[in-house]
Design a protein around this ligand. Structure first.
Ligand code: XIL
Length: 388
């Protein structure tokens, strides 16, 4: 399949995504919201404002990636979460580096706090992520194939069992597809692939997860599914898993987009999964829309990154972003297999894009740094709102 200069750029950006992930951690959600125990507080952005989760109720859950700081009583994000969202993902603290930092040592405190908060407030949790080539300590990879397999299966069993009935969807494997047609395509040449000498670890992780919680929905999650060549490789892996009878329920589309993208690119990703005819669910797992469209040299070595646009976000960029968010959500609402849409963060004050691929102010989410709803929020919640 041909790809454009822009696709190429995004592929390289994807490689940058992978390269960055050495530092941090979070999680996400899937179906219908149950009534929260305590009534949510009024929206922090004023009366008359629409409620995001209600606008899309019956279509898909709306989630946000968070850390424990956002659960504190003093956190302004907490009020937004309670009033607007129906699903949570741990941005970092359910990754192996946090849960199992060294052999025999586990730390579930932060993950438990997020799951407990979600339970207390009638929110779903998307578990992110059981297996990744980043944020996974070296102790997972030593020894022969049998040892690596036993360790992986024990880890998946332990974590999924702990949150059985509380985590409704798991990103069982994250970013296992390759970015190019290299020797191991469609699989990423990763620490996992090398430790096992092939891709069987993917199947082992899914089977262990299903055994530990038969009701949790199990996902393969990846980035750049809005680009046909990467998507084709991911779907090749999915079809292979299905052919082997591996228990997989859905595909997670990260959708780290930018203002130069179109909604159709993302909608096509969901439709491509539908057209496999396997009845798979789709989740959007890490949505954000960067205001920067950087050249590859920015992702590899930090050169020629677009200059900081500053604060506030320039009006023309805000218009473009709002329109893209509106087009995306209009399209999402028409996709029956799409059951969850998670933003990778709550407000522009705290987004990984403020430090990746360069340190500068980005504005990728629906709330600004003061936690005020941006025009993008109104664009996706109010059809009568005029983007200007
Ligand atoms: C990112 C977090 O947002 C950062 O805080 C951390 O330093 C690195 O990981 N794809 C994923 C996410 O699946 O887990 C990554 O999250 C972003 C890219």
């Amino acid at each position: 399949m041909m790809f454009t200069a822009r696709d190429r750029l995004k592929l390289l950006a994807g490689a940058g995504l992978a390269a960055l992930a050495a530092c941090g951690g979070g999680g996400g959600g899937s179906s219908r919201r149950v009534n929260p125990a305590p009534p949510p507080p009024p929206s922090p952005s004023g009366p008359g404002q629409k409620v995001l989760r209600d606008v899309y109720a019956g279509k898909f859950a709306v989630g946000a990636a968070i850390g424990t700081a956002q659960l504190e009583a003093s956190s302004r994000d907490r009020d937004i979460l309670l009033s607007q969202f129906s699903s949570l993902t741990a941005e970092n603290v359910m990754k192996p580096a946090t849960l199992a930092p060294s052999r025999g040592q586990y730390d579930f405190a932060a993950a438990d706090a997020i799951v407990d908060f979600a339970q207390a407030n009638g929110m779903q949790v998307r578990g992110h992520t059981l297996l990744w080539h980043r944020q996974t300590p070296d102790w997972f990879f030593g020894g022969d194939t049998a040892e690596v397999r036993a360790r992986l299966e024990d880890y998946v069993t332990l974590v999924v069992s702990r949150y059985r009935g509380k985590v409704s969807a798991w990103d069982v494997v994250n970013e296992v597809a390759s970015d190019d047609a290299g020797a191991r395509a469609p699989y990423r040449d990763s620490n996992w692939y090398r430790a096992v000498g092939g891709p069987d670890f993917i199947e082992w992780a899914f089977r262990a997860a299903r055994a530990a919680d038969p009701d949790a929905k199990l996902f393969i999650n990846d980035y750049n599914t809005e680009y046909p060549d990467k998507r084709d490789r991911l779907l090749q892996i999915v079809q292979d898993l299905l052919a082997k009878g591996v228990p997989i329920d859905g595909v997670g589309h990260q959708l780290h987009m930018d203002v130069g993208n179109t909604a159709e690119q993302a909608l096509d990703a969901v439709r491509a999964v539908d057209s496999l005819g396997a009845g798979l669910i789709n989740h959007v797992t890490e949505l954000d829309i960067s205001v920067y469209d950087d050249p590859p040299s920015c992702f590899f070595g930090g050169e020629n990154c677009e200059p900081d646009v500053g604060i506030p976000m320039p009006a023309e960029i805000a218009r473009k972003q709002s329109q893209l968010y509106r087009d995306l959500f209009d399209g999402f609402a028409g996709l029956a297999s799409l059951q969850s849409v998670t933003f990778w963060g709550v407000s522009d004050a705290q987004t990984w894009l403020n430090t990746f691929p360069a340190v500068r102010r980005d504005h990728p989410l629906l709330y600004d740094r003061q936690r005020q709803a941006k025009s993008a929020f109104h664009a996706v919640t109010d059809p009568a709102y005029v983007i200007s």
